[in-house]
Design a protein around this ligand. Structure first.
Ligand code: NAD
Length: 482
């Protein structure tokens, strides 16, 4: 009754707390965006389950802390082995639950889940050192000490990938974890709790509380027993979490939304520019980093738009389990309606539809056509607010100064893409762009050693490499007399 068989896996629908499975009186449905099928009824947690999970994580903390980076690392590597063992089933499960392409889960995302665990396990052992240095003969010795219980709150667009991007460094740092996955995609986190137990992660070190943001999520971030809050999601939710965190002065790490520019200069390789622009529809546009604002030099704008429209029209939309599909469905009816609302308001205000413009009626369900809008009014909603769907806008510029003004002209600063034929010119542009990550003539090259995060409203803090440990650990300096 508390388990469902999906994609060849047995997935428990209850919370994972202190090494036990715990039910709640209430449940919520996990629905597949592919065909609307109800996949499972998931335990709907609240303050009581959060209290139990934080208590279990606190009780498990001293032993996990004392295991040290090597002991923890060995267990995290075993966990990565198990992810790799079940990689095909995990890929299928995630596709059922969030509708993203099966082939990218198979070849990109799930291997990355295992890599997230291995990378941070090894970093804690091999790289987390600071050379001691002297002050008037005294020696400064710096350490990264485990800080306690990390509360992790994650979104639905890349569920297990984004969760392990936090779980990896938190556990490697010696913290224990309470994870609250997104309510639209609860399944992979639940199965991951079983893998953690099988890998030898001690009871209470990794806990999952399922439920709604306003219930389980809000109770978790307000809990006085947690030492860290790491959140990936939207700006409005981040503001509410920041208010809750303020009462306990709990340190937060926020990875938030974006409205990133993709700049095409007049000397750019237009084939590459079109290829990179079409890639912004990846994951049906449900990617925080997407360069959704195409800023194109006026000298090449007409040709770019024509070539882009051709390439976008060739994209195959359909069932994300098919190998040939390039764009799947939106995650949920509520989200599809939100995306459609943005497009309807933009066109009502005079924006012109170059490509797409609405739901894919041939497919029905939650499929929204890849869309490009032009001629939107400066400062309008469609040019400034995050849509988080397959909706791009195009604006033109006549000088690099104007391109920069447009590019930096939103409250976000997560990422930027620059397609440019000249390295020195690209460097002048990147120097003046406000963004956590910039790609020049490429997209989505991510290395866990690099800092990752957003400027302005796109985030607070940076993760990756030692930056992750600076957040999850209590960084300590001990000064030894000569
Ligand atoms: P969301 O903010 O609605 O929800 C994210 C998580 O927060 C969910 O688990 C939700 O249950 C929880 N939550 C909601 N209200 C809460 C509250 N009051 N207290 C505690 N937790 C609460 O975001 P979403 O719609 O799931 O995800 C889309 C957003 O995430 C987009 O803005 C996207 O750009 C952003 N995102 C950012 C990154 C990044 O790395 N910067 C990556 C992926 C997604």
């Amino acid at each position: 009754m508390h388990q469902v068989q999906l994609a060849g896996l047995t997935v428990d629908t209850r919370h994972a707390i202190g090494g036990e499975r715990v039910a709640s009186a209430e449940t919520f449905e996990s629905v597949s965006p592919i065909d609307g099928a109800v996949l499972a009824r998931i335990a709907r947690g609240g303050a009581a389950e959060v209290d139990a999970a934080v208590a279990a994580a606190r009780a498990a903390f001293p032993a996990w802390r004392d295991l040290g980076p090597r002991g923890r690392g060995a267990i995290l590597h075993r966990l990565a082995d198990l992810v790799e063992r079940d990689l095909e089933q995990l890929a299928q499960l995630e596709t059922l639950d969030n509708g993203a392409l099966l082939r990218s889960h198979r070849r990109g995302v799930m291997p990355r889940v295992a890599h997230n665990l291995r990378f941070f396990a090894d970093w804690a052992v091999d790289e987390l050192h600071h050379e001691p240095f002297e002050t008037r003969g005294h020696t400064n010795s710096i350490s990264w000490d485990p800080s306690g219980v990390a509360a992790l709150i994650t979104p639905w667009n890349a569920p297990l990938m984004l969760a392990t991007w936090k779980i990896g460094p938190a556990l490697a740092a010696g913290d224990t974890v309470v994870l609250k996955p997104a309510e639209w995609t609860p399944l992979s986190a639940s199965y991951f709790a079983d893998l953690a137990a099988e890998a030898g992660v001690p009871a209470g070190v990794f806990n999952v509380v399922q439920g709604y943001g306003a219930e389980a999520g809000a109770a978790l971030v307000a809990h006085p027993g947690i030492a860290r809050i790491s959140f990936t999601g939207s700006v409005p939710t981040a503001k509410s979490i920041a208010r809750a965190a303020a009462d306990n002065l709990t340190p937060v790490s926020f990875e938030l939304g974006g409205k990133s520019p993709l700049i095409v200069t007049d000397d750019a390789d237009l084939d590459l520019a079109v290829e990179l622009a079409v890639e912004q529809y990846d994951n049906a546009g449900q990617v925080c980093l997407s360069g959704t604002r195409l800023l194109v030099h006026e000298a090449v704008a007409e040709e770019f738009a024509a070539r882009f429209a051709e390439a976008a029209a060739r994209l195959r939309q359909g069932d994300p389990r098919e190998e040939s599909t390039q764009i799947g469905p939106q995650i949920h009816r509520v989200h599809l309606d939100r995306v459609a609302g943005f497009v309807a308001r933009a066109t009502a205000e005079g924006a012109r539809v170059v490509v797409g413009g609405g739901a894919n009626d041939e497919l029905g369900g939650l499929y929204f056509r890849p869309t490009l809008l032009a001629d939107a009014a400066p400062g309008s909603e469609i040019l400034t607010a995050e849509v988080f769907g397959p909706v791009l806008t195009m604006q033109t510029f006549s000088s690099d100064a104007e391109a920069l003004e447009l590019a930096n002209g939103t409250e976000f600063g997560l990422a930027a893409v620059v397609v440019c034929g000249d390295r020195a010119r690209a460097e002048r542009l990147t120097k003046n762009l406000v963004a956590g990550t910039i790609w020049v003539n490429c997209f989505f090259v991510r290395d866990l050693r690099a800092p990752f995060g957003g400027s302005k409203k796109s985030g607070v803090g940076r993760e990756g490499g030692t930056w992750s440990f600076d957040f999850y650990a209590d960084v300590k300096n001990t000064v030894y007399a000569p």
